[in-house]
Structure formats: C-alpha cells, structure tokens
Design a binder for this molecule. Structure first.
Ligand SMILES: [Ca+2]
Length: 352
C-alpha cells in the first residue's frame, strides 16, 4: 500500500500533473492582535493527529496553533507539544533547522500517533520533508490526547511566543497521523491533493478577495465536512497568496506541460512582482528619508534638540519594522514626512 502510493506520487511528478494552486488569497496577520478562534465538534480521546499549514512568517517566535491537546509554534527551537487526557505532556519536539529564518512561503506539518495504533512518535515536516529528530510520546495513561474543544490560530502564546505576523494559508487538522507521502503530496500539490480522510478542520483562508478584511461577521470558513468556521479577531486582511510563484513543488525534471504551467504561473502572478517592487520602493524611500533627516539634524544641532524625542522614537520604530509588512513601512514614511513638514523642512529625497 505504502509503496503503491509512493509510486503514484512519483508518477504524478514525472507526468507533471501537479496543478497550479487554485487560490488567489491568503490571510495576513498583523502580529499585534490578529488571530482566529474555532470551536469544534471533535471526537473525544484522539489517539493520533496531524496539523499542517502554509506560512510566510515575518516575526520570529510566534504561535501558530494552540488548543487543549496540542501546540505548534513558529519558533526556534520550540515547535510541537502535546497534552494527554491524564494531564501528562510530551515536552517540546524542536525544529531541526530554524524555520523562522526563512521569510518565504513554507509548508509546516506535525504528526503523532500513540504506540497502540501507530509508533508513538511525534514528527515534524518542513516543505514535505520529514525532519531527522522525532520524539516518543505514549499519550499518557489512556494513550489519548486531552479533549479537543477549540483551536486558536496565530494568537499570542506568552510573552516569548507572540502573535503571528505574516501570511497563513490552508491550515488543516486531521484526527490521524498522515504518512510521509501524504504530507509530501499536500506540500507538492498546493491544495489539490484531496486528502480528506480524518480531516476535522480546514481553513483555506482564501475565501475572500485580496484587500477584504475578515471580522466577527465574516468568519474564516472551515471547508472540512464539519463546517466549524473560525471567528476572526483583530481584523486580519486577505492578501494575494503568491504561493505558487514563490514556492513551486520540489525540483524535478520539467515536462512540456509543466513548463507551460510555469509560464501561466508567471503571467498570473506578474502583478505580485509589481507589488514587491512597490514594497521595496516604499522601504527605500523610508530609509532615504530617515538618512536625509539624520544628516540635516546633524548639521543643525539646535533644531535636533527640538525634535530628537519624536525623531528618536520614529527611528526605533523604523529599525524594528524596516523591510517587514508594506503598510507599516508606509506608515513610518508618512510619519517621517509629517515630522519633516512640521519642522518646516523640504528635503525632497536629494540622495535618491
Ligand atoms: Ca489588527
């Protein structure tokens, strides 16, 4: 059976049957107060599980999933943690590599099965690839996880592990441990894998067009059969996904059909390149304005004393946010321009 599935997967790779991700949107979390909360009709006494998600994370050490039964963090090294029904816990299985260094799209997955129905191992996967380390966990006296009643996505876990900042797409929870090849298929097929056996939650996070805000009246839809929709808190916003253009399936010899697919993909996401250029432009304008004001104040120490408080605070904000989310850098640029105007200056990006 396992071999058969592996062969099927290899065949699909070689025939170029992987389709373009159908989604155009993903959900952007601001790292301040955005998160999702879902209640679930979940069977008690889970003996195995899988959680997985596409992520483009900008903030180190953020929480991805929190529930009564498990945690998954976008953190280094702490990653995956289970709570059993008898109150015992697994401790953390850590990431082999620092996933938070990668600010590109990546697919993260965690699985576990107890030693009765499976091998009693917790596992982590990055972009479909099983990591070297695993962790044994029996699931306590009953070999079952704590009753799972709710799921928080992206919410702050503690002072060290904060709100998620960045994009999420296609978050799933299964009441079974998926196999290596199933995880690989979810990664490689970008949403068209149709692996639904045991699926209890699936938040594609692509239900609204880019630019729309999710709020309490506009829940994030659960597309599993359970329809356990999630309430959006803090007004996260839908953004263009760009999943395919930035994270194509693992490299393999491209067939003619695939090369055509790639061309279509390039065309489809050409506007994203435009957006990225805009982000870079805003970032570099913001940087230039900061330097310009710094130089001017250096040359005019009397003026500097008057503005140093506000300018210093703004610079701190800039250092924290530069290169992160577009609208924040834009906002900082606006504040530099306000300060410049109020100081009666017109420096006009002389160095640009
Ligand atoms: Ca917010």
């Amino acid at each position: 059976m396992k071999l058969h599935r592996k062969f099927q997967l290899m065949l699909m790779f070689s025939m170029g049957l992987f389709s373009i991700h159908p989604a155009t949107a993903a959900m952007l979390f601001d790292g301040v107060d955005d998160y999702l909360s879902a209640k679930g009709k979940i069977p008690a006494g889970l003996e195995s599980m899988t959680i997985c998600v596409w992520i483009k994370g900008l903030h180190h050490n953020a929480n991805l999933f929190r529930s009564e039964a498990f945690l998954l963090h976008f953190d280094c090294p702490y990653a995956f943690y289970l709570m059993a029904s008898d109150g015992s816990n697994s401790g953390y299985l850590k990431w082999d590599t620092d996933v938070t260094c990668n600010q590109e799209w990546q697919h993260l997955a965690a699985t576990w099965s107890n030693p009765v129905i499976g091998d009693g191992k917790m596992r982590l996967y990055i972009n479909g690839k099983k990591q070297k380390k695993d962790l044994s966990f029996t699931g306590g006296k009953d070999k079952q996880l704590a009753s799972l009643r709710s799921l928080l996505i992206g919410r702050k876990f503690n002072e060290g592990i904060q709100f998620h900042q960045g994009l999420l797409e296609d978050a799933r929870f299964y009441a079974r441990a998926l196999s290596n090849s199933e995880i690989l298929a979810i990664y490689a097929m970008s949403g068209s894998d149709q692996i639904t056996n045991g699926l209890l939650w699936q938040f594609k996070l692509n239900e609204s067009p880019p630019g729309t805000r999710a709020d309490e009246n506009q829940p994030a839809l659960d597309s599993s059969a359970n329809a356990n929709h999630a309430i959006a808190h803090g007004d996260p916003i839908y953004r263009l996904s760009a999943l395919n253009s930035e994270n194509p399936p693992p490299s393999h010899a491209g067939s003619a059909a695939e090369i055509e697919d790639n061309e279509a993909r390039k065309a489809k996401f050409a506007n994203i390149a435009g957006n990225l250029k805009k982000i870079h432009a805003v970032n570099s304008l913001c940087k230039a304005k900061k330097e310009e004001l710094t130089n001017w104040f250096k040359a005019h120490p009397h003026e500097e004393a008057k503005w140093s408080d506000r300018f210093g605070k703004l610079n701190k904000l800039y250092d924290m946010q530069a290169g992160n989310v577009y609208y924040r850098t834009e906002d900082i640029l606006r504040q530099y321009l306000d300060l410049e105007a109020e100081a009666g200056l017109e420096l006009l990006f002389e160095n640009q």
